[in-house]
Design a protein around this ligand. Structure first.
Ligand SMILES: [Zn+2]
Length: 250
């Protein structure tokens, strides 16, 4: 068969041979429940209202289920999201950058609502944390250069670890001000207590435990090497944060 004929059959949805097997949206051969090329359902005829409602509910709940599964793995199995992404298990999770950007938005919303309504301060903090995240990822790539991973793997690892940082920050921004406010009202905590003072040490404390566990799984390191890399990356983080605070915030 000449190429032109192959092409005309491929693109002719009404081809008498297999019209019943072709996707109504794009004309691709589609034998399963969904078109392998564009993903449309192979259901025939005009959908009923019930079909429309059930499609919408399915999309909402599958997103919801995906979100909870992604967050649960992110928190309970440090580094697993990155390993799964690299090994090709991707559709079951929210993508790495989408996850990071979504959690970053939540963190800054939580900061705004529960913590401080100073939007310039929040804006500067967002920029600073994003810069530190980029430097952190470059640090990951340099420190693990001997492992010969692709650069994109370091970006995905960085996005996942930074997503966890944003998740912990979001929780801290909500739980600490609300909790300390409640404790102040019953008199268990001094009215002069500033909840801002415990957020940074708390979040850093969580991340210092999370980092080596994530690095160990992502790069297949021993716990000892993962801890050494954590110290190096954390020093880099403190250095960049210091430079940013000194030169950008004053
Ligand atoms: Zn299709």
């Amino acid at each position: 068969m000449r190429l032109a004929e192959v092409a005309s059959i491929e693109h002719d949805p009404a081809s008498a041979l297999d019209a019943g097997l072709r996707c109504l949206n794009c004309g691709h051969l589609a034998e399963g429940k969904f078109c392998p090329d564009c993903g449309q359902s192979t259901r025939r005829g005009v959908p009923t209202i019930w079909d429309l409602v059930s499609d919408a509910l399915n999309a909402a709940f599958s997103y919801d289920a995906k979100l909870w599964q992604t967050l649960s793995i992110l928190v309970r199995q440090p580094g697993k999201l990155t390993v799964d992404w690299v090994e090709g298990r991707r559709r079951r999770y929210i993508g790495p950058f989408q996850l990071f950007l979504g959690l970053e938005a939540v963190a800054f919303l939580a900061h705004r609502v529960f913590f401080s309504s100073n939007s310039t301060e929040i804006d500067l903090k967002t920029k600073a944390l994003t810069i530190v995240g980029v430097v952190f990822t470059l640090g990951l790539a340099v420190i693990n250069v001997r492992l010969k991973r692709k650069m994109v793997e370091h970006w995905v690892a960085g996005a996942h670890i930074w997503a966890m940082l944003m998740f912990v920050l979001s929780l801290a921004y909500i739980v600490i001000p609300v909790g300390s406010g409640a404790l102040q009202r019953v008199g268990w905590v001094s009215a002069k207590f500033d909840p801002g003072t415990i957020i940074t040490p708390l979040v850093q404390g969580v991340m210092v435990v999370y980092f080596p566990l994530a690095l160990r799984r992502i790069y297949g390191l021993s716990l000892g090497v993962a801890c050494i890399e954590t110290v190096a990356l954390f020093s880099l983080y403190r250095l960049v944060a210091f430079v940013i605070e000194t030169y950008l915030f004053t």
